[in-house]
Ligand binder design. Sequence first.
Ligand SMILES: NC(=O)c1ccc[n+]([C@@H]2O[C@H](COP(=O)([O-])OP(=O)(O)OC[C@H]3O[C@@H](n4cnc5c(N)ncnc54)[C@H](O)[C@@H]3O)[C@@H](O)[C@H]2O)c1
Ligand SMILES: [Zn+2]
Ligand SMILES: [Zn+2]
Length: 364
Amino acid sequence: MKALVYHGPGLRAWETVPDPTIVEPTDAVVQIDSSTICGTDLHILKGDVPEVKPGTVLGHEAVGTVVQIGSGVATLKEGDRVLVSCITSCGRCRFCREGHYGLCTGGGGWIFGHLIDGLQAEFARVPFADTSVHKVPESLTDEQVLFLADILPTAYEVGILNGRVGPGDTVAIVGAGPIGLAAIMTAKLFTPGRIIAIDIDPGRLAKAREFGADATIDNGREDPVAAAKELTGGLGVDVAIEAVGVPETFELCTDLIRPGGRVANVGVHGHSATLHLEKLWIQDVTITTGLVDTVTTPTLMQLIEQGKLDPTPFATHRFALADTMAAYDTFGAAAESNALKVVLEAERLAIEPPHREELVGAGV
Ligand SMILES: NC(=O)c1ccc[n+]([C@@H]2O[C@H](COP(=O)([O-])OP(=O)(O)OC[C@H]3O[C@@H](n4cnc5c(N)ncnc54)[C@H](O)[C@@H]3O)[C@@H](O)[C@H]2O)c1
Ligand SMILES: [Zn+2]
Ligand SMILES: [Zn+2]
């Protein structure tokens, strides 16, 4: 098969690799129908994630079709259309039993395109298939569910739920990339009073308004703390969500909140940030961090099915899966291309899922 292979910092190639096979009885092999690229893949290509070994297939977000199952897989069959998300779950360890799949100690967690071959490929081996994939309702298209593989549950769980966004809250979202925009989208599920998006890129701030931000602050041009205080009667915001991943924006979030406020950090940090406890200790603040668990994916999928959530505006560019190299160029140059998410679409190669009428006819 063909796949996008990481060959060390700055090096990637779309090339022929061995077809994945069932290794453990709990595995499934999935044919990839749609995949996408994440900012984290760009971090890997910069060499920021040294656990990723050269030779690894990248990608951790896809919709596909089950083409083979191991003898221990009970709830899936060939032809099932599934969302394969960034987090897998062994289903057995303490953390999986608590719904903290991101912390799985049984071999799951974030492994695709990280510790094992990933999903920017024609086929992928999916470990712990029963407890890791999500069946996709027939009524939903790939593009409606693809962004449930990472950005939506990440923004919702690590941003909105950790930040305890509630009705009437003023929420500042620092960083209006795909994660920050997904935070705007899912914050709205709780009817906040006001969403303030903060970014240094006017193009991203325009997107933030399209996604429903009530106010935007360009922190490259104006003092974001003064601007946020002006919008909140001098008090500061109830919740600040960090969706960039650099020290300045984390520190900014701790300056933006009111006494008793919450900072929910979503960004992946490569450098230490300063925690100003000398100012914060007296203010009753809460600061949370986290890797996504994807425990809310079924709920978010249901909201999409019910028409309450529409993630399709994230898809700004489409490429054939075979053109993944060009898709990386476009995604990597987001400032010029205005890309949010690029959709990689496979041409259907071998097997088609059985049609419903055939299943009915066969008495299934
Ligand atoms: N915790 C998790 O589980 C998890 C999962 C996925 C991604 N992430 C992380 O979330 C973060 C956001 O992801 P993304 O894909 O949206 O990234 P992105 O790079 O596409 O977007 C970041 C945005 O921040 C803006 N920005 C940069 N510097 C800024 C500054 N000083 N002030 C204000 N805005 C600034 C950029 O203009 C851009 O719009 C990344 O750090 C990513 O690695 C975390
Ligand atoms: Zn990702
Ligand atoms: Zn586990």
